[in-house]
Ligand binder design. Structure first.
Ligand code: MTE
Ligand code: MO
Length: 277
């Protein structure tokens, strides 16, 4: 079911254009102070509210739904990875809320000793090991987006970190054809998936490559201007506003590029693997 959108345009020019759009929108936002809908095609009432109401229209039990194909195809159609997530103003930021602590067992975890393991980096025979200092050397990005939990609540957070696409340019996945990956200009040719796991492997998410390298997807080390706390996934977590909260993995231990659809903790419990908004 979860295929890459064939129409996705992730060339450098299109990403620059996205960014210019976001900057423009942020300016408008601070002037007029209302929600900018990157999904304006849907009208004024977007995001999770729209999706939730659609699901109710369909008579699908919410939030513990089992018939998920409707959601998956809706998500693919309307919230596919070629669309930017809605942006919010600082005044719309909410208090943080903690949810989900699978893989965050304090036992034996020392954030000062943490390293990130990246598997199947193009051209490397061995896993790449990175420190938080290595991550912080990459271009820093801040954005205010909504994280929507499948339980039916959401928070609006200012996230700071590095765009996954910038990370992937530096530590690239393999191409499917040809002999060199080109993350920006030939995204369609990359292996199809990325998986992320906590250091103890207790929580794990699978992502389609298009969503992983979507310009809104960040590897984060700050929330609301503060360093990540352990409960929120210090020292590094995922913020992926094109997906439900479940995919926003806290305490990333391993990132693996792969051409095989990765295992996913909540997909194994009956939620849709794609979990797109
Ligand atoms: N390691 C880990 N990451 C996780 C979870 C979890 O249980 N373990 N829960 C997910 C869910 S369901 C949500 S809604 C968000 C909540 O993130 P927060 O605690 O920062 O609000 O984290 C996601 N990431
Ligand atoms: Mo969640």
């Amino acid at each position: 079911m979860s295929q890459q959108d064939p129409d996705i345009d992730l060339t450098k020019a299109s990403i620059e254009e996205h960014n210019a759009e976001v900057r423009e929108a942020m300016k408008r936002l601070s002037r007029r102070s209302f929600l900018w809908a990157g999904i304006s095609a849907l009208g004024a009432y977007g995001g999770i509210h729209w999706l939730a109401s659609r699901l109710e229209d369909n008579g699908t039990p919410w939030p513990f739904r089992r018939a998920l194909d409707a959601n998956e195809s809706l998500a693919m159609d309307y919230f596919g990875p070629h669309r930017l997530a809605p942006r919010f103003s600082k005044s719309q930021m909410t208090k943080l809320r903690e949810n989900g602590d699978i893989g965050l067992d304090g036992e034996g975890f020392d954030p000062a000793e943490w390293t990130l393991t990246v598997m199947n980096v193009f051209g490397k025979d061995e896993p790449v090991k990175l420190t938080i200092a290595d991550i912080k050397k990459l271009p820093k990005t801040t954005q205010i987006t909504e994280m929507c939990c499948i339980e039916g609540w959401s928070i609006i957070v200012e996230w700071t970190g590095v765009r996954f696409v910038d990370f992937a340019e530096k530590y690239p996945p393999s191409p499917r054809t040809g002999d060199k990956p080109d993350v920006i200009n030939k995204a369609d040719d990359l292996v199809r998936y990325v998986s992320m796991q906590t250091p103890d492997n207790a929580y794990y998410v699978g992502l389609d490559m298009a969503s992983a390298i979507h310009p809104d997807t960040l590897l984060c080390y700050e929330m609301n201007g503060e360093p990540l706390s352990l409960d929120h996934g210090a020292p590094l977590r995922l913020a992926i506003p094109v997906k439900y909260g479940v995919k926003n993995l806290k305490r990333i231990g391993t990132i693996t590029y792969s051409d095989q659809k990765p295992a996913d903790y909540w997909a194994e419990q009956g939620y849709d693997w794609y979990a797109g908004l």
